[in-house]
Design a binder for this molecule. Structure first.
Ligand SMILES: Cc1ncc(COP(=O)(O)O)c(C=O)c1O
Length: 367
């Protein structure tokens, strides 16, 4: 296991050794951006480390309100509510919406936080991965009224984008609710980085919800949900998870505010990232590796067994390149290495990775 001894960037240090880094989710390089770090330092000077109380009691500070305002502006929504983690977002939302749906239909490969969020007393059906026709059949066959359909926007392991256009057509047909966990899409997909619904030009609808996080493209930490005031007030008034956990700490809040400003001022970060990711994905597929095709910063190298995947990850590590073998909770067994592209990766750096991958496939063959 790699134990980090540095911040994360193009390179990291572990046990005194320098590694070219393709892990994590720091897609826009904001986790150690100088402006973000400065904002964090100033916030600690002013507020210390922790407000040490829940938002409901004495833990709400002016910077929480500022962050929520900036998030709502970024998303073009009336309001935003922040809480301890992206993982919690799905539980908070499914709990709050409980009266509005009868059954949950989740993508077969939905993230662990989605599976954990389904209320115990609610029935859950998995539909085939990214398959809107199967979703339609499952709802029709089971005669479901008021379905809640939930999926990742970008899938964390494979980098696939859920076909939300087709999924939303099915949701509309059955007068259901669509929830998108956009942990990996926020700040990345869509014309203004609002995520998967914007990527597919879905209409503004009271039946589409997103759960999001500041821990990936935004480089910080903490979950959030945006929407109209009715929704955000419901969360503030009814969610035990929101009410009974300690408010986000000042450095985390300050990081969120600073990152949002950088994203707003530099829309080219997103375009450059997707351009780099697209080039690298094409070259990796060209070498003969099994990968996926959607243009996202997550490029998997997929294998039929874990031995080959582990062997490649180990060999890269020996050569000073970190591409993690993913041993991660999922309903389907997958044997893959996950390359996370960031906007700051240089061509020279990706070329070194490509040379090592080429050498490996020449020796070990294609899948
Ligand atoms: C799809 C998805 N949802 C939710 C989460 C949880 O987000 P966070 O780590 O910010 O709590 C993750 C990240 O691991 C994720 O990949």
């Amino acid at each position: 296991m790699i134990i980090l001894e540095s911040s994360i960037g193009n390179y990291v240090y572990s046990k005194g050794k320098k590694y070219s880094y393709f892990g994590g989710n720091n897609y826009l390089g904001l986790a150690s951006h100088p402006l973000v770090k400065e904002a964090v330092i100033q916030s600690v000077k002013k507020y210390g480390i922790n407000f040490s109380a829940s938002r409901r009691t004495t833990g709400t500070a002016s910077i929480h309100l500022e962050l929520e305002k900036q998030l709502s502006v970024f998303k073009g929504k009336q309001d935003a509510v922040v809480f301890a983690s992206g993982y919690q977002g799905n539980s908070i939302l499914l709990e709050i919406l409980k009266d509005k749906y009868s059954i949950v239909l989740a993508d077969q490969l939905a993230h662990a936080s989605i599976m954990a969020a389904i209320p115990r007393e609610r029935k859950m059906i998995c539909y085939d991965h990214c398959d809107a026709d199967n979703l339609d059949k499952q709802i029709g066959y089971n005669n479901i009224s008021r379905p809640l359909v939930i999926t990742d926007g970008i899938f964390a392991l494979t980098g696939e984008i859920a076909p939300l256009d087709k999924i939303y057509s099915v949701v509309k047909k059955y007068k259901g609710i669509l929830v998108v966990d956009d942990a990996h899409s926020t700040g990345i997909l869509g014309k203004t980085g609002k995520g998967t619904p914007e990527h597919f030009n879905l209409p503004e609808s009271e039946n589409i919800f997103q759960t999001e996080t500041m821990s990936k493209a935004l480089g910080g930490y903490g979950g959030f949900i945006t929407g109209d005031k009715l929704l955000t007030e419901l969360i503030r008034e009814k969610s035990a998870t929101y009410q009974a956990s300690t408010a986000l700490p000042p450095p985390v809040v300050a990081a969120g505010i600073a990152s949002l400003k950088i994203i707003h001022d530099n829309p080219d970060l997103r375009t450059q990232l997707l351009w780099k990711a697209s080039n690298l994905r094409k070259q990796i597929a060209g070498l003969g590796f099994q990968t996926t095709t959607d243009n996202t910063p997550i490029i998997p190298l997929m294998f039929s067994s874990s031995d080959k995947a582990k062997n490649l990850s180990f060999l890269l590590e020996e050569n000073g390149i970190l591409v993690p073998f993913m041993n991660y909770p999922s309903k389907k067994e997958m044997h893959l290495l996950r390359i996370a592209v960031t906007v700051s990766h240089s061509t020279a750096q990706t070329n070194i990775l490509l040379r090592k991958l080429k050498k490996w496939i020449e020796k070990n063959g294609k899948e």
